[in-house]
Design a protein around this ligand. Structure first.
Ligand code: G6P
Length: 764
């Protein structure tokens, strides 16, 4: 602040001084010119009158009269000397001392004589400033017969100038002093004072001491800055919590992936390039309801996974703008900064017509590819018109990505999911310098199942535009390699898990996706432990129960929700002691409701819950609570923390992040996870109770086992699962994917053994 004040004051002093100097200089110059003109005019008048008066006495050789004339004139102001000379330049009459003053006069005299005109100039002689005028003495017929010389003292002009400068300097000094003092006072009142108080506040926040918030007046003065302070204070608190968590973890000798580590890693790996993520689903949707616009976060495993990465690495996320107020919240380039309350990265929205959305999203992606890739016994539907829309929309996204990437030297593009199988090729053709990866978030079926798709060749060709193709598990990678082997002319390298085609190599590798693992999602958030949270939730739901189970899903036929309800029914049949005691809460976000299969499924789930509830009706207890709406992340966390068990019974699932979210939420190391063996998560979370969701009775037994599990076993299992999720969290996933992608670029020139890199990656 001192430096700022100093700079401001110096700038003001220099500015005021320069302006004053310029105006003073102008004034001085005008005064000087006026004084000189006045002296010149006096000399002219005197010289002319002497020259006129001298003609007759000169012709008559009357030197006495000439002498009398010049004697009379010497008492004029400033006159130093006067002389009258003959035509030959011989002095006739001169005042005493004139000789020493006119050392420069011969030239003037000869100019006047030969030019027959009056000449004058300012001369410095013997350290004296003088003005010298020579006027010719003419006869009536204009013949020059002699000259008059008048010498005046010009020193007084300089004295006047010096006086004027002194006055000006005094005025400048007073101005500078007044301006600097006023500036200092204003700075102190409105800037340094409030900033000092705010900085004390920030310091207290930083050091974790009690902080007194500055007054509204202080904050008002700095309003643009003040708007940032509350989030900044919160970020500081979060950063301190993260640093403490890291320090704790360092103590137990663990090196974990955190947002910061990922950000550093990405910065290193990308070496100044930017990260571009493409997905169909956007992370923030603006919805207009009752004339108000609100922001919602869509229920999607993909959003849960990708959002923390963009927060950490900034970059740009290109996605479909699907909210009814989305278009009102973007700039002219269809961009906005998100998260809305703490902007960290750019969201670029792409607009689709309802026909495009219907054909590409509802049709080809969700009625075709989704059931094709999930073995859940719903028949895929492939329509030519949907396929055409799928092509159009992939092209539209390619255009948007190319626009965003313009000017990037080495862009890195991470494409998400089955909505964009054609995008890698479209991008690579236009941006061969971009490093392109696609991550397929859903399972890849075996080659025979995939061959149902009439456009399997085109889809595979599109995907093989990518440098890296990622799946959750090695089994899905193997299925993909087999499919390509069966369908396309290409060289499948089973040793290095890559495919060479048209002189381009795509690596096909597993990257099990995960969630953010927040170390300190402490009770502090709600101030409640699991037991208290349970009581609070039951009160809100208006039911009574002793044990709680929870399931969190989009209401999708692949999630095994009906099987789960039937397992609860079977538990209540087999273990009547749980009737009136065990309640299963299903949080079910509506999804893809414009597709008939989904609308029907939603109704089936509701009917099944009602049927079971009717069957076991008892007082204020309910067997199943079906909460059929979107829930915020914070709401879901409460259920996770309160539930004795969480059920993930997908019939087929690429990974399933609910399983990992539940584990991450159980900071108390309690709770049991029941997990379908048909999820990717079952390959990592070995301490869950693994079930076959089609086997209703065994799943019922799993619920009983969970409810009866002793605390030490529960803690052991949860602790091991938490270690796994903590170590392989979402930052680890993104870090591995980006590292692999950057390595692959190096491999284009010389072949590097992938298995060596992968081994190093696992060790890291
Ligand atoms: C699940 C899948 C993702 C998929 C997403 C789409 O989360 O695991 O692979 O991208 O659903 O859901 P949406 O609601 O966008 O259709």
């Amino acid at each position: 602040m001192k430096i700022l004040s100093l700079r401001l004051i110096i700038a003001l002093i220099v500015g005021v001084t320069l302006v004053s100097l310029a105006s003073s200089w102008y004034e001085v110059r005008t005064t000087k010119d006026a004084l000189r003109r006045e002296l010149e005019s006096k000399a002219e008048t005197l010289g002319q009158s002497l020259a006129t008066g001298a003609e007759a006495p000169l012709q008559a050789g009357d030197t006495a009269r000439l002498e009398l004339m010049i004697q009379r004139s010497t008492n004029h102001d400033h006159v130093l000397g006067i002389g009258i000379y003959g035509r030959d330049g011989i002095p006739l009459v001169v005042t005493p001392g004139l000789g020493s003053l006119i050392s420069g006069a011969p030239k003037l005299m000869s100019d006047a004589l030969h030019g027959n005109r009056t000449v004058s100039e300012f001369v410095r002689s013997h350290l004296k400033r003088t003005h010298m005028l020579v006027a010719p003495i003419r006869t009536a017929d204009n013949k020059v017969i002699g000259e008059v010389i008048v010498v005046q003292d010009a020193t007084y002009i300089r004295t006047e100038i010096i006086r004027a400068w002194s006055r000006f300097f005094l005025r400048i000094a007073i101005q500078v002093l007044v301006i600097a003092s006023i500036t200092l006072l204003v700075l102190r009142w409105s800037l340094t004072g409030p900033i000092a108080r705010i900085s004390l506040w920030m310091k207290a926040l930083r050091t974790g001491r009690h902080a007194v918030q500055p007054t509204a007046q202080d904050l008002n003065l700095l309003s643009p800055f003040a708007n940032e302070l509350a989030p900044l204070a919160e970020s500081m608190q979060q950063a301190r919590a993260a640093a403490e968590a890291e320090a704790r973890l360092r103590n137990i000798n663990e090196s974990l992936w955190t947002a910061q580590r990922l950000a550093d890693h990405v910065r290193n790996r990308l070496n100044g390039s930017n990260l571009f993520v493409v997905s169909n689903r956007e992370p923030y949707r603006h919805i207009r309801q009752d004339k108000k616009v609100k922001v919602t976060v869509p229920a999607s495993g993909l959003v849960t996974a990708i959002e923390p990465i963009l927060r950490a690495c900034h970059g740009t996320w290109v996605a479909h703008g699907s909210g009814n107020a989305d278009a009102d919240t973007v700039d002219i380039h269809d961009r906005l900064q998100v998260p809305p309350d703490d902007p960290r990265y750019t969201l670029r929205r792409v607009w689709l017509s309802s026909e495009e959305e219907d054909g590409y999203y509802n049709g080809f992606a969700n009625e075709g590819l989704w059931p094709l890739c999930h073995i859940a016994h719903t028949r895929p539907t492939f329509r030519t018109s949907d396929w055409e829309y799928y092509n159009t929309v992939n092209q539209k996204f390619a255009d948007a990505v190319v626009e965003e990437i313009a000017g990037e030297e080495h862009p890195v593009v991470l494409i998400q999911d089955y909505h964009f199988a054609l995008l890698p090729r479209l991008l690579k053709d236009r941006l061969p310098h971009a490093r392109v990866a696609i991550f397929w978030h859903i399972p890849w079926p075996n080659a025979e199942s995939f061959s149902i798709c009439p456009w399997q060749r085109e889809l595979l060709d599109g995907l093989l535009g990518a440098d890296l193709i990622g799946f959750h598990t090695q089994a899905h990678c193997n299925n993909f390699l087999n499919t390509v082997d069966n369908v396309l002319e290409s060289k499948v390298d089973w040793e290095h898990f890559s495919i060479e085609r048209n002189q381009h190599r795509s690596s096909v590798l597993p990257f099990p996706i995960s969630v953010e693992f927040v170390e300190d999602r402490s009770e502090a958030q709600t101030g409640m432990n699991a037991e208290e949270e349970r009581s609070a939730l039951l009160l809100e739901l208006g039911i009574e129960a002793t044990y709680l189970g929870v399931g969190v899903d989009r209401v999708d036929y692949t999630k095994g929700i009906l099987e789960r309800f039937q397992a609860v029914e079977s538990l209540l049949e087999r273990y009547p002691k749980y009737q009136g005691k065990f309640t299963f809460i299903q949080i079910g976000a509506p999804t893809r409701s414009r597709i008939k299969r989904y609308a029907d499924f939603q109704a089936e789930v509701r009917a099944e819950a009602e049927r079971i509830n009717d069957r076991f009706k008892r007082g204020k207890w309910k067997a199943i609570v079906f909460k059929n709406r979107e829930h915020t992340h914070e709401e879901v966390q409460r259920y996770y923390r309160a539930a004795h068990l969480c059920m993930v019974t997908s019939l087929h699932d690429g990974m399933n992040l609910v399983a990992k979210e539940y584990v991450a939420a159980r900071q108390d190391e309690r709770g049991v996870l029941i997990l379908s063996r048909f999820t990717g998560a079952a390959r990592e979370l070995h301490d869950a109770i693994i079930v076959n969701p089609y086997d209703i009775e065994s799943t019922a037994e799993a619920i009983a086992q969970a409810l009866e599990m002793n605390v030490s076993e529960m803690v052991d299992r949860m602790r091991r699962m938490r270690r796994s999720v903590r170590e392989r969290n979402i930052y680890w996933w993104a870090g591995s994917l980006i590292r692999e992608l950057c390595e692959l670029r190096l491999k284009q020139k010389g072949y590097t053994n992938i298995s060596v890199i992968r081994k190093a990656q696992v060790e890291r």
